[in-house]
Design a protein around this ligand. Structure first.
Ligand code: RB5
Length: 151
């Protein structure tokens, strides 16, 4: 299961991404926003990141104007590796090296075709494991220490 969310700044691009998901027959849930009214990106970032952090969803897509706010919010959640990417190369690396479970896009940054290419690359790329897994384990260790108050 994939969850997708945006604020008003990402709404238009979210519709483009949803079309791609439908074309590829990937099941998804849109957690909002669903209209152009100005909203606060942390609210929608929270919905998507919580779903991934709790295992309700395995992967997520977040879109705001730049992607910056959404990536800051999403990476507060344990186990979330949210990657703000700008092109197919960074999308490929985000999965291959970082095993990003949330991809973050800038609705005011990307043209529709670029966003489609980015998402397709992220979906089609596999995590490379090996030394990259060792690095993710280190991130998880840091996260656990911070959560248990060990700074
Ligand atoms: C909303 O105007 C804008 O600040 C938001 O979409 C995002 O770019 C925040 O990082």
């Amino acid at each position: 299961m994939l969850v997708i969310g945006s604020d008003h700044g990402g709404l238009e691009l979210k519709e483009v991404i949803k079309e791609l998901l439908v074309e590829r027959q990937i099941a998804f849930t849109d957690l909002g926003t669903d209209n152009n009214a100005s909203v606060d990106y942390p609210d929608f970032g929270e919905h998507v990141a919580r779903a991934v952090a709790t295992g309700t969803a395995q992967q997520g897509v977040l879109i705001c104007g730049t992607g910056i706010g959404m990536s800051i919010v999403a990476n507060k959640f344990p186990g979330v590796r949210a990657a703000l990417v700008h092109d197919p190369f960074t999308a490929q690396m985000a999965k291959e090296h970082n095993n990003a479970n949330i991809i973050v896009l800038g609705g005011r940054v990307l043209q529709p075709e670029a966003a489609r290419a980015i998402l397709a690359t992220w979906l089609d790329t596999d995590f490379a494991g090996d030394r990259h897994q060792r690095r993710l384990d280190k991130i998880a260790r840091i996260e656990n220490e911070i959560r248990s108050g060990k700074f």
